[in-house]
Design a protein around this ligand. Structure first.
Ligand SMILES: Nc1ncnc2c1ncn2[C@@H]1O[C@H](COP(=O)(O)OP(=O)(O)OP(=O)(O)O)[C@@H](O)[C@H]1O
Length: 731
């Protein structure tokens, strides 16, 4: 924010560096939409790098303001948001052997796409597309790490600077008008008081009419100010929530293993609302109170410097009280929000798993647990109420004492003819206004401190860098892409439990276009293989490669776009069946009803869907709770068919469906597997028998590999023992 309109904000927070930060940064720039699907083929088939996806500002090296073409917007973005010395996630791949092209070499400016040795670099395209949506800029986190909280708050309000500046203009008009009233009212009193016998009715009428008109203008200016502040506020909260959601979604899966969902939800809802209120509605009232207090004090000096000096001598003790109170409140808010997050977490988990709670008859226990959590929140709220009561009581008392002292000292000045009755009346009114405004300022201060308390938790999340790259790295040439997978001497332990190794020297080769079935005891790590292939986690040693390229060098979003998954218990979203199926496409909004119906037909799902009164528009409930297991599986198969991936990862259901469902699901799966590289965690004998290769997982490594009959023929083989011990579904 530049120019005079920045001053109220600067004055408000009294932070020099914040003001400097505002003064040096140009406005954010919207980027052209770009999608992953748009970029790859265009690049590989054409000779030039596409202009679509661009590097996320501040995340990649190079690309300065001098960059040509599409680089101009990015350069501005970089100038705005990036920290010159900030860490680059692109640098994480420096030792990986993947060629990194200098930024200047990228055609079309510092776009995030370049060619090198038949491969393409791609970074953050999907979110850049979102960044192009007007008023919604999730990529642009509102602040960089390391700034003071006041600076972060200012950065949050920065995109609204024009509206806020206009609001400040209207605020100035309304405050000047409001604060001129006591002066003119004093004049009117003097007209009446000093001319008791004269005919002053005409001058009184015109004075009152003029003043009434001025008040009307003041009221209009005030209304516009409130409207502008409120709408800016909502936009700031929206942007904050979008940035938070974006930040949460880009975190590595291990982060979600450790973080509770309820806590994240609480940050998105309650903390964001608190912080948003603190920088908007509250800011608006605070600015008004600040402006009125300043004008009031100036007018008090104008009317009677003598009396004003006397009155203002009582202000410093009140200020000290306010600072102490603010600090206390800020700490308390942080603790309260943490406590509230715990209560939300409990409620969210128990409501989400109501069937388990009901099955075990634990309703009363859960109610008690939740009540004790909210009781704790109540105890903290009581502490806050106590501090608030004391503070507001003290400020109220100070206000009254100020008025009393004005009357006392003013009475003495009137007695010695140093003041007229009109001047004393004006002064008293100003003292009232100043007292009221100081009350408003203290409320603003306490809300600001609460916002800062909540903000501490939000910045933490907003500034967190994911430990695994979210969307950057090489993509392979589509034409020569085969889909062969290989694990070489992989070691892995889950980050949440590093002391328990899951894989030790795990090696497995999955040839392109083949079906590989994995069998092993429960808990041996079969599902973990799928997580590693999807790069939800990285191994601690060894490599996993796709067509001979270490998947750590590949763009994870591109990698996942080539892989389809159907899990044991597919999770559906609480929307229509058609939307759930279309979710498999790169761009669900471009999927036609015919395409959805076609894949549903291939997945043996169309018949049961049409049987529902709402057909494909049937809403399936949370996680697809309104559908049967077999129906969910067939919808998940349709979803995977629409995705049309080169590689398919299947985790077969462990429970048997009824004969008809079983047949329909199996037939759908067979159709889905055609012509793809398939890796399947097998629980059905028929799957094992049909696989090109069966791999046996035991104690963190593959111990046997071969066709079903070959493995079964080994008398002491682990596979044979496993087949004898473990019951495989015979369908
Ligand atoms: N997110 C996680 N964090 C920590 N440990 C995990 C996590 N997920 C799984 N584990 C542990 O890793 C081991 C392997 O789990 P995995 O789900 O891969 O086994 P599985 O062979 O697929 O089992 P099942 O056949 O019963 O589905 C288990 O001991 C499990 O407790």
């Amino acid at each position: 924010m530049r120019g005079p309109q920045a001053w109220p904000l600067r004055l408000l927070l009294r932070r020099g560096p914040a003001a400097r930060a505002l003064g040096t940064r140009p406005p954010p720039t919207r980027l052209a939409p770009a999608r992953l699907g748009d970029a790859g083929p265009a690049l590989l088939e054409g000779g030039e790098a596409a202009r679509g996806p661009r590097c996320r500002a501040g995340r990649c090296p190079g690309g300065g303001p001098g960059s040509p073409a599409g680089g101009a917007g990015l350069a501005r973005l970089l100038a705005l948001w990036a920290r010159p010395s900030g860490p680059s996630r692109c640098g994480a791949l420096a030792g990986s052997g993947v060629p990194r092209l200098p930024r200047a070499a990228l055609p079309g400016g510092p776009a995030a796409v370049a060619r090198g040795g038949g491969e393409t670099w791609l970074r953050e395209p999907a979110l850049l597309a979102a960044a192009a949506t007007p008023g919604h800029d999730p990529l642009q986190r509102p602040m960089a790490a390391g700034r003071s909280e006041a600076q972060k708050l200012l950065r949050l309000a920065q995109p609204e600077r024009r509206r806020l500046a206009a609001a400040v203009g209207f605020l100035t008009v309304s405050s000047v008008i409001t604060m001129s009233a006591p002066f003119f009212l004093g004049k009117i009193i003097d007209v009446i008081y000093t001319n008791p016998s004269a005919d002053y009715s005409s001058s009184l009428t015109s004075l009152c009419l003029v003043l009434g008109g001025v008040f009307l203008c003041g009221a209009a200016a005030n209304a516009v100010r409130v409207y502008l502040m409120q709408t800016s506020g909502q936009r700031i909260v929206n942007r904050l929530r979008a940035s938070l959601f974006s930040s949460v979604l880009r975190q590595e899966v291990a982060f979600f293993d450790k973080t509770r969902t309820g806590e994240l939800i609480n940050r998105l809802s309650s903390d964001a609302a608190l912080l948003g209120r603190s920088v908007t509605e509250n800011l608006s009232d605070g600015l008004r109170a600040g402006a009125q207090a300043s004008i009031g004090v100036a007018m008090m000096f104008f009317v009677s410097p003598n009396l004003a000096t006397f009155v203002l001598s009582v202000v410093p003790p009140i200020s000290i009280l306010a600072v102490l109170y603010g600090r206390y409140l800020r700490k308390l808010t942080k603790v309260t929000q943490d406590s509230l997050a715990q209560a939300t977490q409990l409620a969210e988990e128990r409501i989400g798993n109501i069937r388990t709670v009901r099955a075990f008859g634990k309703e009363m226990t859960e109610i008690e647990k939740y009540t004790s959590k909210v009781d704790h929140v109540m105890q903290l709220a009581r502490k806050e109420a106590f501090a608030r009561a004391g503070f507001f009581g003290a400020t109220g008392l100070s206000g009254n004492l100020i008025v009393l002292s004005v009357l006392y000292k003013g009475g003495l000045l009137m007695g010695s003819a140093h003041m007229t009755v009109g001047e004393l009346s004006s002064f008293l009114m100003y003292a009232f206004w100043v007292g009221l405004s100081i009350g408003g300022l203290s409320s603003f201060y306490s809300e600001l401190m609460k916002g800062l308390g909540a903000g501490g938790r939000l910045w933490e999340l907003l500034e967190r860098e994911p430990e695994l790259p979210f969307n950057e790295g090489a993509i392979l040439n589509e034409k020569s892409f085969q889909g062969a997978l290989e694990f070489k001497n992989v070691h892995f332990a889950y980050p949440a439990r590093p002391e328990v190794p899951i894989f030790q020297d795990f090696s497995l080769s999955i040839p392109a276009g083949s079906i590989t079935a994995l069998v092993g005891p429960s808990g041996s790590g079969k599902s973990t293989v799928i997580s590693l292939l999807l790069r939800l986690y990285d191994p601690s040693a060894g490599t996993i490669s796709l067509d001979g390229r270490d998947i750590r060098q590949l763009n994870p979003v591109w990698l996942r776009s080539k892989i389809g998954t159907v899990s044991q218990e597919p999770i559906l979203f609480s929307c229509s069946i058609a939307e759930n199926i279309a979710y498999g496409a790169d761009d669900p909004s471009s999927v036609t009803a015919e395409q959805v119906e076609k894949v549903a037909g291939v997945a043996n799902a169309a018949a049961f869907i049409r049987h529902f009164p709402q057909g494909f528009n049937t809403v399936v409930g949370e996680k697809g709770v309104l559908l049967s297991g077999g129906q969910k599986q067939r919808i998940a198969i349709a979803r995977a068919l629409l995705k049309n991936p080169r590689i398919l990862l299947l985790d077969e259901a462990t429970s048997a469906l009824d004969a008809e469902n079983e047949y329909l699901v199996q037939q759908a799966l067979d159709r889905l597997m055609e012509g793809r590289t398939v890796f399947i965690i097998a629980h059905r004998l028929s799957t094992i028998k049909n696989a090109n290769m069966v791999a046996v997982l035991d104690q963190g490594k593959i111990t046997e590999c071969g066709k079903h009959e070959e493995l079964l023929s080994k008398p002491d083989g682990i596979y044979r023992k496993l087949m004898n011990k473990q019951s495989f579904i015979s369908a």
